[in-house]
Design a protein. Structure first.
Length: 477
């Protein structure tokens, strides 16, 4: 006899586990099936984000920044530390501890909310009356069969591989391998200067690797506002010391016994460079492997994403899909919000995820964050806008932190003053961007931010000053 549920969620990442908790809170008998196993072969909830993505990358960024600060910044505070050493094994142990703590936290929340926590690969098998049948298998053997009125597909994404170059996570690494290196490579190559490449490059550079980043696009961070992107390129190359090459045409990549050689063309010149490790971070592809999509006729688009409407409904009755496996930005918070929205829709509510105010963050040092339209987008759309910029250089708090690089740029409609986009590079802008997100969600004007009292001394005063500047009332500009 199959186990009966109202809702079965397939995938336990930030999309799936949040959807499952919300569905259970709303009174649905809910199960979440997740296939992820940690390197010890144990189930570990939280998906890519917690196990091999957002959280471990931030843990390593912090360790590497601390090491860098001891070596380069502490002396300025009058603190002398001699012979600082990096223990990579200890750093990885800390990172793994954070993952285990949070994965345990999700399992606890499942128990608390009475979500059935089922480990294995979930596959859609078809309909039994008005229920969906989902088979759960483990290492190829079917271990469970569930029936559910609603299915939420939240199977996430996998790293895209270079054609003909499979990752072995020994010499050629994907995100999982890049987060688990047991020693600092002397020469690290990275193909792809996206968020993951830049964050991983920053970690290993700060720990002592020579890092070369090879990017096919001629434009750096093409999705970001280009004034911010230019500033980021300058600091990441000059201060962090990443060797970023843009407009590269990758040729042959050959793996040897303990190194990888990458041939590429740059400005018409052919070069071959030898690396001890190579990270391939050229984007991610939706994951529908083993889901049974074809068997039940779940529509996928030409790039393999599950096709959904604005409310995450697929082409099949009562089958929903959220997160990285569907269109839209591949971000954990987008996945979670879609999960909440679907669960609430099942309960008859009318939730809405506003794609126009989803924040983007890159956790390099300095951090980069933005929400809304870039100047390039506004120009292309023919929107008349005004802008205000302010830098962290004279901000007292930033100077105290010793991180006074970067700026905030605010773009507002020339006619209505409504905020259209906010772009930041600087200390803790991952936190500062929330003010801009709230403002935009509430359809605020730049004058609203300019008239709100910001605490002194705080980094948020730079946002305040940028809003004043948009209104030509800058006090410190
Ligand atoms: P996932 O997190 O991928 O979870 C899907 C889960 O489903 C996995 O556990 C998978 O094993 C399981 N699964 C797949 N198929 C099945 C099946 N058939 N049956 C059962 N289980 C299945 N985003 C941010 O917002 N901020 C960041 O700072 C950030 N940093 C990142 C850093 C790195 C290195 C990487 C790789 C990604 C990062 N991301 C970040 C992106 C973020 O991880 C994803 O957007 C997010 O994890 C997507 O969530 P999801 O729930 O859709 O899928």
């Amino acid at each position: 006899m199959s186990q009966q549920f109202d809702v079965v969620v397939i995938g336990g990442g930030p999309g799936g586990y949040v959807a499952a908790i919300r569905a259970a809170q709303l009174g649905f008998a809910t199960a979440c099936i997740d296939a992820f196993k940690n390197p010890e072969g144990q189930p570990s909830l939280g998906g890519t984000c917690l196990n091999v993505g957002c959280i471990p990358s931030k843990a390593l960024l912090q360790s590497s920044e601390n090491f860098h600060a001891v070596q380069h910044d502490f002396a300025k505070h009058g603190i002398s530390v001699e012979g600082a050493q990096m223990d990579v094994a200890k750093m990885l142990e800390r990172k793994n501890g954070i993952i285990a703590k949070n994965a345990g936290g999700i399992a606890f929340l499942f128990k608390k909310n009475k979500v059935a926590n089922i480990h294995g690969l979930g596959a859609l098998k078809g309909r039994q009356g008005d229920k969906w049948v989902i088979e759960v298998s483990n290492d190829g053997a079917v271990v469970d069969t569930l029936e559910a009125t609603h299915v939420i597909v939240a199977t996430g994404s996998n790293p895209r591989q270079l054609p003909g170059l499979p990752t072995d996570n020994q010499l050629v690494l994907d995100n999982a391998g890049a987060l688990a290196l047991t020693a600092v490579p002397k020469r690290l190559g990275i193909i792809g200067a996206g968020v993951i490449g830049l964050e991983m490059g920053s970690v290993w550079k700060r720990l002592g690797a020579e890092v070369t980043v090879l990017e096919a696009m001629p434009t750096f961070l093409a999705a970001a506002d280009q004034q911010i992107a230019k500033e980021a390129f300058k600091t990441l190359t000059k201060d962090t010391g990443l060797d970023i090459k843009l407009g590269v045409k990758i040729g042959e990549v050959k793996t040897g016994a303990d190194s990888v050689s990458v041939s590429y063309e740059l400005n018409g010149e052919a070069t071959t460079t030898e690396f001890d490790k190579l990270i391939v971070s050229i984007g991610r592809i939706p994951n529908t492997q083993g889901l049974g999509a074809e068997a039940v006729g779940l529509a996928l688009d030409e790039r393999g994403f599950v096709v959904v409407d604005d409310h995450c409904r697929t082409n099949l009755p009562n089958v929903w899909a959220i997160g990285d496996v569907v269109r839209g930005p591949m971000l954990a918070h987008k996945a979670s919000e879609e999960g909440v929205a679907v669960a609430e829709r099942l309960a008859g509510q009318k939730p809405h995820v506003d794609f126009a105010t989803i924040p983007w963050v890159i956790y390099t040092s300095p951090e980069i964050a933005w929400v809304g339209k870039t100047e390039e987008q506004l120009k292309a759309e023919g929107v008349e806008y005004k802008k205000g910029t302010s830098s962290f250089a004279a901000n007292g708090r930033a100077l105290g932190l010793g991180q006074a690089q970067g700026m905030v740029k605010l773009l507002a409609c020339a006619k209505t003053d409504r905020i259209l986009g906010v772009h930041m590079i600087g200390p803790m802008v991952s936190e500062l961007i929330s003010e801009a997100v709230v403002a935009m969600e509430f359809k605020a004007s730049s004058e609203d931010i300019a008239r709100i009292v910001h605490a002194h001394p705080t980094l948020s005063e730079v946002t305040h000053e940028a809003a004043l500047a948009a209104d030509k009332r800058a006090l410190h500009g």
